[in-house]
Design a protein around this ligand. Structure first.
Ligand SMILES: Nc1ncnc2c1ncn2[C@@H]1O[C@H](COP(=O)(O)OP(=O)(O)OP(=O)(O)O)[C@@H](O)[C@H]1O
Ligand SMILES: [Mg+2]
Length: 340
């Protein structure tokens, strides 16, 4: 029997979805011995085992959608594939950025093969995100997927992508401004993972988030001594301006290029906003206000790409005739056939 899976290789998370749409997620990270570059552990285990960095370092192997370390990427992928308990053949739809080139695709496929996948297809992440959120690629609609390092934007009309962009802004840029703010305010250094936790718990780009404060640990930048301090919702309310502006501008740039005869229909449906980075409190409302189009966000927006990939895998026939291994342009056809 053939096992069909969707695989979203993100900068922050590697997410796998099986044909029943169950989600398996691990951080895409490896713990490396600084001295001999040996991989000690990967995924959740690596995060647990990290002790602060005297002799070890945490490394993320896919930056900006690119695979920059073959060995680490291979072990992160192989580790994630353990979630699939099967001795069967595996067919995998893997999400890729819109500017992924065939050479990168080939390299990725060979790593997937080494991890036990028999058949691989590449699908644009923006297409997968739209379908995973429950929308049809036949609509006139804008898919915006905000990850941790990258945002994928695509405008759909009648099954085709008529405008797209892949830009280097994402959730981690929002973490960096929180880290910077704490350094400037209190001369306190916090790790990016602490800044990320603060952003998720307290961060907001719109009014209405319940006021809260959390106690965090950092080090005084002058002495290196450990300190504890409180950060509140209100403290960080204005810090996101720069990355927020970059993100909104990137979407506005794509919207500006929509051909005139498609504008009205596209603006009616507006934006489908997915990805973990899009879960920042109020981002949907801010986008709606600034860009003037409706913005809808599915529940579990962080899973949309992986869910969409496994859905696509379910409706593409096993013996489908596909022109090449990048199946993005043919998805609408199969989507339509599946509906009827
Ligand atoms: N509740 C939340 N509020 C704000 N941000 C959140 C929340 N939950 C997750 N995030 C952010 O989502 C990001 C991870 O999202 P996601 O898993 O979609 O990224 P990725 O796919 O790994 O990255 P990329 O697509 O750039 O390769 C992180 O920056 C994380 O801080
Ligand atoms: Mg992503």
């Amino acid at each position: 029997m053939l096992t069909k899976i969707g695989l979203d290789l993100g900068y922050a998370n590697i997410t796998l979805s099986d044909s029943a749409a169950a989600i398996y997620r691990e951080p895409s990270i490896a713990l490396i011995d600084k001295e001999n570059r040996r991989i000690i552990s990967v995924g959740d285990e690596a995060v647990k085992a990290f002790d602060g960095g005297e002799r070890t370092v945490l490394v993320r192997p896919f930056k900006n959608g690119l695979l920059f370390d073959h060995k680490i990427t291979q072990s992160v992928i192989s580790n994630a594939m353990r979630a699939i308990n099967t001795g069967d053949r595996i067919r995998c739809m893997v999400g890729v950025p819109s500017d992924f080139v065939p050479k990168q695709e080939k390299e990725l496929f060979s790593m997937l093969n080494a991890a036990g996948v028999s058949d691989c297809y590449a699908v644009s992440r923006a297409v997968a995100a739209l379908i995973g959120a429950g929308y049809s690629p036949m609509m006139s609609v804008i898919s915006v997927n905000v990850g941790a390092s990258r945002t994928e934007i695509a405008v759909f009309n009648n099954g085709s992508v008529i405008q797209s962009a892949s830009v280097a802004v994402g959730g981690e840029d929002f973490d960096k401004v929180v880290k910077q703010y704490i350094l400037e305010q209190g001369d306190v250094n916090v790790s990016l993972s602490v800044a990320k936790a603060i952003k998720e718990r307290l961060g907001s780009v719109w009014t209405g988030r319940e006021a809260e404060s959390v106690e965090i640990e950092g080090t005084l930048s002058l002495t290196g001594n450990k300190v504890r301090m409180f950060v509140s919702t209100e403290d960080i309310v204005g810090v996101f301006e720069k990355p927020l502006h970059m993100l909104l501008m990137a979407v506005a740039e794509v919207i500006k290029k929509i051909p005139l005869d498609h504008v009205e229909k596209t603006f009616e449906n507006g934006i489908v906003l997915t990805g973990g980075g899009a879960m920042l409190y109020g981002l949907d409302m801010m986008m709606n206000k600034i860009l003037g189009v409706p913005v809808t966000q599915p529940r579990d927006a962080i899973d949309s790409v992986a869910k969409g990939l496994s859905r696509i895998n379910n409706f593409i026939p096993v013996k489908a005739h596909v022109a090449n291994k990048n199946i993005t342009s043919q998805i609408a056809k199969y989507y339509e056939n599946n509906k009827s």
